[in-house]
Design a protein around this ligand. Sequence first.
Ligand code: 4AD
Ligand code: MG
Length: 478
Amino acid sequence: MIRKKIKEILQSGQTGSQVLVKGWVRTRRSSKNVNFIALNDGSTIHNLQVVADSETFDEEFIKDINTSASLAVTGELVESKGSGQNVELIAKTIEIYGKADPEKYPIQPKKHSLEFLRENAHLRFRTNTFGAVFRIRHAMAFAIHDYFNRKGFFYLHTPIITASDAEGAGQMFRVTTLDAKNPPLTEDGSIDYSEDFFGRPTNLTVSGQLEGELGATALGEIYTFGPTFRAENSNTSRHLAEFWMIEPEMAFYDLKDNMDLAEDFLKSLIIYALENCQDDLKFLAARLKEEEKGKPADQQSMDLIEKLRFVAENDFVRLTYTEAIEILKNSNPYKKKKFQYPVEWGVDLQSEHERYLVEKHFKKPVILINYPKEIKAFYMKQNDDGKTVAAMDVLFPQIGEIIGGSQREEDYGKLVARMEEMHIPAEEMWWFLDTRRYGTVPHSGFGLGFERFILFLTGMGNIRDVIAFPRTPKNAEF
Ligand code: 4AD
Ligand code: MG
């Protein structure tokens, strides 16, 4: 008999056919004559109800069918008499692949805290919440490739090990094969990296952008989608040390084209999720409601699906950094000294400021442009005012910054001058500067933090719960 996935069985709803299903037990209820087994195979959030009567399967056999035991079941699909499902499987044969000791199995069939599940991240996929999150995460990865493919962008695999610090923030993980206890030293006593594997200091990349620019200035439009690494000691619900970033880079795009693409991209992904991940989104929406039950009405978030529709259907607000500072200075939390961080022209906006603009002031996603050059990376296009650069950050409710990007400085002289001001060694970046030396063009790009986007989509509260195995300070178990 050919095995069928539970998703397919429930969708087709065909009764009368003989099927083979394989999966893990979520729960078992037993009465005198009959046992009900909720079986899940990961293909969908829904379980298949397996009915095993006590005549065919004796008590001794049934007692091993506990939560998380793995089974192969054959039988006939019939219309279900019980509520909650249309079809159920009347079991003819059951094979137990692996038992799961109910005394020891950590994930009991009850509500566990997300913190507890994080400590059991190796098993949390077996819960409804994490099943839903990771099916959605998969669907979004697919939708991203599909989106760019349809638009004629090429997927470029930029390196993970690199000798350059793209963002100039210096928060990188060193990659080395030198003996930590006894490294080779130069005459002045510093570590001699010429002896290292690559003959120079290398790190895990913080961004694929610089190599992406090389691709875009020949292929036209490219995107990267890969892991990126930041060694910043941030223990927040929105920071990971290892996260996935999508970085499109486009020749002949100015800042406006860049904003238009970012907005269309985000909206298209949300629409894809609404159309293709309904069951999982419905489950997560209900989970969020349950979670916020006790909260006062003004602290409860919008229904998850309503929120996604709202963002997909409304224009994002676009304004300059300078305008945003004005709004913040006139805001109630500023006047009442409720912001933890200072607000004045020149400071980097903190998540509390970003969220005020999005959640309280505009009640819509916001694209902020033209930031002070001092707080942005060296490669951004310098505006004529001499003070700002053509940066753009997309700010989302609950998240704050979800996208960071800019038009790039295409003028060789201006770029080199800025690098000098920022003490970035131009001679090491000769390969990057060649794009400006030979046939330079206006171009732009941005980076979407994949996990921040999944956080937004799923309504989860902590970024550690939307990546399979989170890497954060002092945490690399599993
Ligand atoms: O704003 P960032 O640092 O921009 C860049 O790296 C550019 N090179 C992108 C480009 O223009 N091609 O990072 C981009 C996005 C942020 O907006 C955020 O969503 C995410 O990456 N991000 C993080 N996500 C999780 N954990 C972290 N530590 C993150 N740092 C940035
Ligand atoms: Mg940024």
